[in-house]
Ligand binder design. Structure first.
Ligand code: 6PG
Length: 249
């Protein structure tokens, strides 16, 4: 794994740079294999990126007909619910981009049987993506980080953290008192590229623990992201403010 950290002035500059990186990765994947398989992250940070990808400055530069979209995690709500990661991505970009509908693979958080939904999604991944050592290989997985150090729906203290074979699992998140569906480390860490977008002052303390020289830091789920390929942290100044004070950003 090669790891890179890039810091941008603010969330907008981070979104612009991440969109450029995605254009490059899409060109590379489509040029080499005729398709670009990308898993989206949820939450609020990527919204600006998705809007940028759908905008006139970027959208015409990607062959969307060759793009396959997946979701790295999903809340257990209907797809039109305001908390749905699919709903956010649909509103921010999927409704306007010419991606064939059969190439948009929604993670059905609303399913009655979450185990079955996770299993069915995994079977689809096995069919759709190239594999390495029998595990699907995403060209790109987008991730964020919560202020508790979670990523996707790999929350501290949850059973998903110790899943070492299944690719997608349901997980009960006690602190939120809710179920989620999430990619697991075996799947995420098999990706060719992972782009981890972290913006805002609320993430600064955790980033200082993770990237700073703090000896007291425990380990957080996001630190288990060690892809075979590249791991790129895209951060903004607000998120690295405490690291900057240490002179480490
Ligand atoms: C989710 C996301 C999650 C997100 C972090 C950061 O479903 O919430 O997949 O992992 O990336 O919670 O969220 P923000 O971008 O809203 O801070």
């Amino acid at each position: 794994m090669n790891r890179e950290i890039r810091v941008f002035a603010d969330a907008q500059a981070l979104a612009v740079a991440a969109a450029e990186r995605i254009v490059g990765l899409a060109h590379e994947a489509i040029g080499q294999r005729g398709a670009f398989h990308v898993a989206l992250s949820g939450g609020s940070t990527p919204r600006m990126l998705y809007q940028r990808l759908a905008g006139q400055a970027v959208a015409p530069r990607i062959d969307w007909n060759k793009v396959h979209v997946y979701f790295g995690d999903e809340r257990t709500v209907p797809p039109d619910h305001r908390d749905s990661n699919f709903c956010m991505a649909r509103e921010a970009m999927l409704d306007t981009l010419p991606i064939p509908s059969q190439q948009i693979h929604r993670l059905p958080g609303e399913a009655e049987n979450l185990e079955r939904a996770a299993q069915d999604y995994s079977v689809m991944l096995g069919r759709q993506l190239p594999q390495h050592n029998g595990v699907p290989v995403f060209d790109l997985i987008l991730l964020g980080m919560g202020d508790d150090g979670h990523t996707a729906s790999l929350f501290p203290g949850t059973t998903a953290l110790t899943e070492n074979s299944r690719w997608v699992v349901p997980v009960f998140v006690e602190k939120l008192d809710t179920w989620r569906l999430t990619f697991t480390y075996p799947l995420i860490n098999n990706a060719a590229h992972v782009l981890l977008l972290v913006a805002g002052a609320s993430k600064a303390f955790r980033l200082q623990e993770i990237h700073g020289d703090s000896s007291f830091a425990e380990t957080y789920p996001v630190q288990g992201i060690m892809p075979r390929g590249s791991l790129e942290w895209y951060l903004d100044e607000a998120a690295v403010a405490l690291l900057a004070r240490e002179g480490r950003a």
